[in-house]
Design a binder for this molecule. Sequence first.
Ligand code: FES
Length: 115
Amino acid sequence: MRQAKIQPYARHLFVCTGPRCAPGTSEQLFDSLGEKLKAHGLTSGALRVKRTRSHCFAVCKEGPIVVVYPEGVWYCTVTPEVMDRIIVEHLKGGVPVQEYIFHRAEVAGQTNNLE
Ligand code: FES
């Protein structure tokens, strides 16, 4: 088996940078993440966050859309201020920002006990 060299990470965060839900805004949001995650100590260590652009989540409105796994939490209308809250409250504190969640994915083999 071939093995990729990817550092361990606690969460994987996806930002839709597609053409329909928040053009321009979502790209800026994604680009700001590198510095923000670094400033919060989330680019290494036990809480490391891996970030990835997505082309489309098939929602296409109320963007920017941000999805965080393994919890399967989907956020909408993520402004830079909301992203700051997601970083502090969810990625560091483990408590999702309830008022911006619009979907919770059913993840096979995991209990979604984030109510
Ligand atoms: S373009 Fe963002 S969800 Fe479709």
